[in-house]
Design a protein around this ligand. Structure first.
Ligand code: RP5
Length: 162
């Protein structure tokens, strides 16, 4: 069985359409992951348990997405030394600025690598997780390099009328 090294966690089922962007890019790069709903407020015991076991379970990076009072990434960072990448989910009320500030403004000592708001942030979280794993995995490094080269090659030299 392949060791899962990336955990994708999110505060709610409603975060999945955003967080699926991270899952999709990991699928594209053939990197195994798990996806779980873990809420800082609604399932705090689940959060604690996940964080407590993260190192022993072999996780190398955790991607955590939440919206509004988005405490999940920061609380996870306080419970495990496994690097946490935070994804601020876009909200209706405040467009995700609430999520962004909740995740970004961590106190000294407990970092969360905070991505952009929404789908782009989730996709970049997947790419950043791939980059972290690539440091110790030549196969992932080769696939990530190829993905980046293909993206660059797809950008036209000049704009066209649409
Ligand atoms: C947060 O509250 C979740 O991360 C989600 O973004 C937000 C709203 O959750 P639901 O009311 O849609 O379940 O905990």
């Amino acid at each position: 069985m392949t060791q899962i090294q990336v955990g994708i966690i999110m505060g709610s089922q409603s975060d999945w359409p955003t967080m699926k962007e991270a899952a999709d890019i990991l699928d594209e790069l053939n990197i195994p992951y798990e996806a779980k709903i873990v809420s800082a407020h609604r399932t705090p015991d689940r959060l604690w348990d996940y964080g407590k076991k993260a190192v022993d379970r072999g996780l190398h990076v955790i991607i955590a997405g939440a919206g509004g009072a988005a405490h999940l990434p920061g609380m996870m960072a306080s419970k495990t030394r496994v690097p946490v990448i935070g994804v601020p989910v876009q909200t209706k009320a405040l467009s995700g600025v609430d999520s962004l500030y909740s995740i970004l403004q961590m106190p000294r000592g407990f970092p969360v690598a905070t991505m952009a708001i929404g789908a782009a942030g989730a996709k970049n979280a997947g790419l950043m997780a791939a980059g972290i794993l690539a440091n110790n995995n030549a196969d992932i490094a080769a696939r990530l390099d190829a993905w980046r080269d293909a993206l660059s090659a797809s950008i036209p030299d000049e704009p066209v009328d649409e």
